[in-house]
Design a protein around this ligand. Structure first.
Ligand code: HEC
Ligand code: HEC
Length: 412
């Protein structure tokens, strides 16, 4: 991949976040939520109560809020709002650029990462003259990659899925005779503080949680992810992540002394994502769904998983959640590898992408390299890919049937 392409997304930084609040003076609880036809990316759960809609709107406003220096942005950051990378709760336009030293094979991370003392993430903007983190100039064997902000809609359904369901699917895959063999990413709860006891009682250092969020399933819950994104992408500290990340100037704070947002803010943003509906499906070619199963897409993109009976949002408790993922890590081979390790996820493994709201994406895979759904499917292939058999089955279909399958995926 061209390294120049990696930087294309950055100049869009200042284009986001204005306008989402324009309906706020209105007393109608649905004001400010754009309604275009009946196909929306950013709407609350069907049947949401007035209180849930109010909570949704509060979190949506915070999600779109563009932080300034005086709000605690930085010292280093990538974008100034969540919406900058998840516009309309959907994909992009913002992305995170990554760098890692790799062995000659271009896939295995090098044992010595001393040349990148501040980690793998580029943070191209700083406030108050702070030294930013970009690609080092030395002639290093660096592998560059990008992660395009994924959609965040339907994530409440994903958080609600019962652990036992994910364990069941992992066991079923382990018993298969073919290459498909997903693994759970067992992760640690990193937050210093539990955001909301109603959702879970994890506390800092708890291990063995099932990672669900992030392209490599590195985080277990939406509040932990929110605090992580505030800190890592925006330089916004919170009681869950009270420290600024290490940076070249050794800065431990920014223009706003101490923690930049409170627990309530983290909770409100997490609740907004929990309350986001799965976008409406489009009508699709009726043959597509059966072909999706026949080509083994459904082995990884599991159409439905049962949610916990005790999930605090009633609409999401004890239902079949149409998430089209197994939350498991799969080795898709060296072509998609990024050289990065997230908890127990290797360079070549990725969490099965949830096929949710596909009509709201214009590019696919973690870095957006696929411009069409067909390209995304073909790029699952490669030496050692667990999905090679499924791609072969797809290729073997007559063109009309391939199109019906693609049409079904696009309709989700
Ligand atoms: C600079 C771009 C950027 C910003 C700003 C950003 N994100 Fe993200 N977001 C990403 C990327 C890239 C990923 C995938 C991360 C990974 O693989 O670890 C992601 C993943 C997520 C996920 C997991 C989705 C899934 O299905 O795995 C959630 C939830 C999320 N972000 C919420 C937020 C919230 C809330 C904020 C603001 C506090 C925010 N993000 C700010 C780029 C961004
Ligand atoms: C072995 C498990 C596995 C199988 C089988 C599989 N996939 Fe995937 N799929 C994945 C993983 C993992 C990703 C994420 C890859 C990435 O982000 O780079 C993915 C990503 C995708 C995406 C991109 C989604 C997005 O939002 O970017 C589409 C579309 C997709 N798969 C469709 C299919 C179809 C159709 C089939 C059957 C022909 C299929 N997959 C078979 C594991 C699988």
């Amino acid at each position: 991949m061209s390294r120049f392409a990696l930087f294309l997304a950055l100049p869009l930084l200042f284009h986001v976040g204005c306008g989402a609040e324009s309906g706020d003076e209105d007393v109608d609880p649905l004001a400010g939520i754009q309604i275009i036809g009946d196909d929306l990316s950013d709407i609350p759960l069907r049947g949401a109560s007035a209180a849930q809609v109010a909570r949704f709107k509060e979190g949506d406003r915070l999600f779109d809020f563009v932080f300034r220096e005086r709000d605690g942005l930085g010292p280093l950051y990538i974008r100034a709002s969540c919406a900058g990378c998840h516009e309309g709760a959907a994909r992009g336009p913002g992305a995170v650029q990554k760098m890692v030293l790799v062995e000659a094979d271009g896939v295995t991370p090098a044992a010595d990462q001393a040349a990148l003392p501040y980690g793998n993430t580029m943070r191209p903007y700083g406030v108050g003259g702070a030294t930013t983190l970009v690609q080092p100039e030395d002639d290093l064997v660096l592998k560059l990659s990008q992660r395009l902000g994924p959609p965040v809609f339907g994530r409440g359904y994903m958080e609600a899925v019962d652990d036992a369901e994910i364990e069941r699917v992992a066991a079923e895959q382990a018993a298969r005779g073919d290459a498909i063999r997903g693994r759970i990413n067992r992760v640690v709860f990193h937050s210093k503080k539990n955001a909301d006891e109603a959702f879970h009682r994890f506390s800092e250092g708890d291990e063995n949680l099932i990672g669900r969020f992030g392209f490599k399933a590195r985080v277990a819950t939406l509040d932990d992810f929110t605090a992580d994104a505030y800190q890592g992408d925006m330089g916004i500290t919170s009681p869950l992540r009270p420290s600024e990340l290490p940076n070249p100037d050794g800065l431990t704070d920014d223009a706003k002394p101490g923690e930049d947002v409170d627990v309530e803010t983290v909770n409100a943003v997490a609740d907004y994502m929990r309350l986001l509906e799965i976008p409406k499906r489009a009508p699709a070619d009726p043959r597509g769904e059966a072909l999706f199963v026949e080509a083994d897409c459904a082995a990884c993109h599991v159409p439905s998983l049962r949610t916990r009976a005790d999930y605090p949002i009633a609409q999401l408790a004890d239902i079949d959640a149409p998430v089209y993922t197994d939350f498991l890590l799969h080795d898709l081979g060296p072509d998609l590898a990024d050289g990065l390790i997230d908890e127990s996820a290797s360079s070549t493994s990725w969490r099965t992408a949830p096929l949710i709201g596909m009509r709201h994406s214009t590019s696919y895979l973690h870095d957006g390299r696929a411009r069409t759904i067909e390209q995304a499917i073909l790029l699952h292939d490669g030496p050692g890919s667990e999905a090679a058999g499924s791609v072969a089955a797809f290729r073997a279909l007559p063109r009309e049937e391939r199109e019906a399958l693609i049409d079904f995926v696009r309709s989700l």
